[in-house]
Ligand binder design. Structure first.
Ligand code: COA
Ligand code: AMP
Length: 636
């Protein structure tokens, strides 16, 4: 099939507002928008300013009344607990209405924030949709974050209520959520009115009388209750998702209702090439943007069946789990992070598990969240014999910036490139002064404003931070903070971040945030955290600490305590396990730590002595410490 991409992209370019009005027609509105875009709204304008809608209605009610009541909305498959459950659109709507009723009895209404801190269970999605139904704004916090990260999010969002669970389950250990939740509420200066806790049989927890309520009891008490969808403006917030910024204070990415639905709905058929009724699986977590967009909202908006998978690509129980899920639930398209495939390949390099399952209905693998290395793509293509499609996006955009659109007909693949920009995105590469660079030249990747529907209109309660972080450096453009180039065929190549964000197993983390935690240790005088290459996780953090050893403590003890500190303050997901005591940190004469040079040394890459270095001998000291730890190039 010849690709329609060029024609569709051009139809957007020649008439952006007409293009997005056409996409809005796929959504149900209480009041249909007559205007596609208002440039005077918010920081850079807003989509469908006069539209009134409800996202939960579009995810559930309209499918129930439109003939999909008995279709599975969601299949929960949890190899880690040995359980499975299929929930039809009809039953999902009933549970969401019951839970929305319970939330509204607790005083949650339009515009109120609700923090959701839950593992990968259907009730988490019920909670998200119940908030959407009431016009409340959810903020989901990933279960691998520690109490203080949760506290920051409770405080910043001023959450009225928290929905949580008694535990999450990781291979070989139960993660008790309640102590983390209680500690977070204690740390937060803002206190929620109530918490609702899903008791899981693997580990029940005590509830505090008068503050904590049992999820199942509330749903049972409200069974059969009808709760109407609250009309919200298209531009009202649907959710806030906190993501790593350059400091320990995360950024609250705001998502609106109308533009988000129009963009995600379009992406399901144009980008992923699925038809309503088919089974779509995003093997991610609802704590990340991929989970928000492609486990919850997009598949349900589009009338697909979504898979809620509670497990890991390997070890639950083996490297064949993904193929079992695809075959058992007839998954048409799988979307995950490259790291999951690197993990599977390491366990099963010959793909011996693949042949055990019938994958005849499976059509494509989409990868995102981190750079998809060509080696992994080649392996997946060879093993699965389906197109393997890299696509590039960010928490901020909520959907693909650049990709190879399967639904429009695939373009030729260039390994190492996520292909071409999607309609809505005018992607350019500029130098530090903001001037466009020639094809093939590395520079800052920027997107001409306005951003398309679905992208963040602002940061939660931080409009100035939004302007400063994203719009100030290149006026008229959104700064992606990714560096890369566009080749002569308009294919984009994403090479690196321009800030201190690192990508660990597809999880976005801030080295600045880790440095804040490390420097909290009383014996640490100075520190630097960098991301170093890792053949499985893409990157892992490495900390260099200068310690005050006047109190005679051993270096090993301090290193161990620093590892624990980051685990306790940021969470296990930081995978912060490498800490090295060094005598001094390499700096420029003006005192700036030479993190980029340290990273090149650690990764075994070519590096040049920075002209402004204060004392070149320090780099030799760093090399020696790294060599002693065996970190001299890509580690295993
Ligand atoms: N709750 C509590 N702890 C969690 C957690 C959660 N939801 N998710 C991860 N963790 C913990 C892990 O148990 C691990 O703890 P440990 O240090 O005690 O071993 C730590 O955080 C690091 O986790 P992770 O980075 O996931 O590494 P892993 O070795 O457990 O698993 C992979 C490696 C590749 C299997 C795993 O990272 C994976 O499945 N990645 C898919 C990527 C993904 O979903 N990305 C989202 C964007 S698309
Ligand atoms: P997150 O906000 O967690 O989705 O992380 C976004 C960042 O991950 C981007 O800015 C990129 O640095 C990186 N990223 C995501 N997808 C890709 C991709 N397909 N190729 C290269 N980098 C990617």
């Amino acid at each position: 099939m010849t690709s329609r991409y060029a024609e569709v992209y051009e139809s957007w370019r020649s008439n952006p507002e007409g293009f997005w009005m056409d996409q809005a027609a796929a959504i149900d509105w209480f009041t249909k928008p007559e205007t596609a875009f208002d440039p005077d709204l918010g920081v850079y304008g807003g989509w469908y300013p006069d539209g009134v809608t409800n996202t939960c209605h579009n995810c559930l009610d309209r499918h129930v009344s439109g003939g999909r009541a008995d279709q599975a909305a969601l299949i929960y498959d949890s190899p880690i607990t040995g359980s499975k459950r299929t929930i039809s659109y009809r039953d999902m709507l009933a549970e969401v209405e019951a839970f929305a009723g319970a939330l509204s009895d607790k005083g949650v209404g339009k515009g109120d924030r609700v923090v959701i801190y839950m593992p990968m269970v259907p009730e988490a999605i019920v909670a998200m949709l119940a908030c959407a139904r009431l016009g409340a704004v959810h903020s989901v916090v990933f279960g691998g974050f520690a109490a203080s990260e949760l506290a920051t999010r409770i405080e910043d969002s001023q959450a009225k209520l928290i929905v949580s669970a008694s535990c999450g389950i990781e291979p070989g250990r139960i993660v008790a959520y309640k102590p983390l939740l209680d500690a977070a509420i204690e740390h937060s200066r803002h206190k929620p009115d109530a918490t609702i806790v899903l008791q899981r049989e693997q580990h029940r927890c005590d509830l505090i009388e008068g503050r904590d309520f049992d999820y199942a009891e509330l749903v049972a008490a409200n069974a059969g209750r009808k709760v109407a969808c609250t009309p919200v403006a298209a531009t009202d917030p649907l959710y806030v998702l906190y993501t790593s910024g350059t400091t320990g204070q995360p950024k609250g990415v705001v998502r609106d209702n109308g533009g988000h639905m129009a963009a995600l709905h379009w992406s399901m058929h144009a980008m992923y090439g699925v038809k309503p009724g088919e089974v779509f699986w995003a093997a991610s977590d609802i704590g990340w943007v991929v989970g928000h967009s492609y486990i919850v909202y997009a598949p349900l908006l589009h009338g697909n069946t979504t898979i809620v998978f509670e497990g890991k690509p390997v070890g639950t129980p083996d490297a064949g789990t993904f193929w079992r899920v695809i075959s058992e639930h007839k998954v048409a398209v799988l979307f995950t992070a490259p790291t999951a495939f690197r993990a599977i390949r390491k366990e099963d390099p010959e793909g011996s598990f693949i042949g055990k399952y019938d994958l005849s209905g499976y059509r494509a693998l989409f990868l995102a969240g981190e750079r998809a290395d060509p080696d992994t793509i080649h392996w997946a293509e060879r093993m699965l014999k389906v197109p393997v499609i890299d696509h590039w996006w960010q928490t901020e955009t909520g959907w693909t910036i650049a990709g190879n659109p399967m639904g429009l007909g695939l373009l030729p693949v260039k390994y190492g490139s996520p292909a071409v920009p999607m309609p809505g995105y005018d992607v350019q590469v500029v130098d530090d002064a903001g001037h466009p660079v020639a094809a093939g030249t590395l520079g800052n990747i920027v997107v001409k404003l306005p951003l398309p529907p679905g992208c963040l209109p602002t940061l939660w309660n931080a409009e100035n931070r939004f302007r400063d972080a994203y719009l100030a450096e290149f006026p008229g453009y959104y700064k992606t903070a990714d560096a890369g180039f566009i080749d002569e065929d308009d294919y984009l190549f994403i090479m690196a971040r321009t800030d201190d964000i690192i990508n660990v197993a597809g999880h976005r983390l801030s080295t600045g945030g880790m440095e804040e935690a490390v420097s909290g240790h009383p014996d640490v005088v100075e520190c630097a955290v960098i991301g170093i290459a890792d053949s499985m996780k893409g990157q892992i953090p490495a900390g260099f600490i200068v310690i005050n050893n006047s109190n005679g403590r051993s270096e090993e003890d301090v290193e161990k305590e620093v590892v624990k500190l980051v685990r306790d303050q940021i969470g296990p997901v930081a995978a912060f396990k490498n800490v090295m005591v060094v005598k001094r940190l390499p700096k420029t004469r003006s005192g700036k730590i030479l993190r980029a040079t340290m990273q090149k040394i650690a990764d075994g890459e070519a590096w040049k002595m920075p002209a402004t270095i204060d004392d070149p001998a320090i780099l030799d000291e760093i090399s020696e410490v790294l060599a002693k730890r065996g970190i001299t190039g890509k580690s295993d």
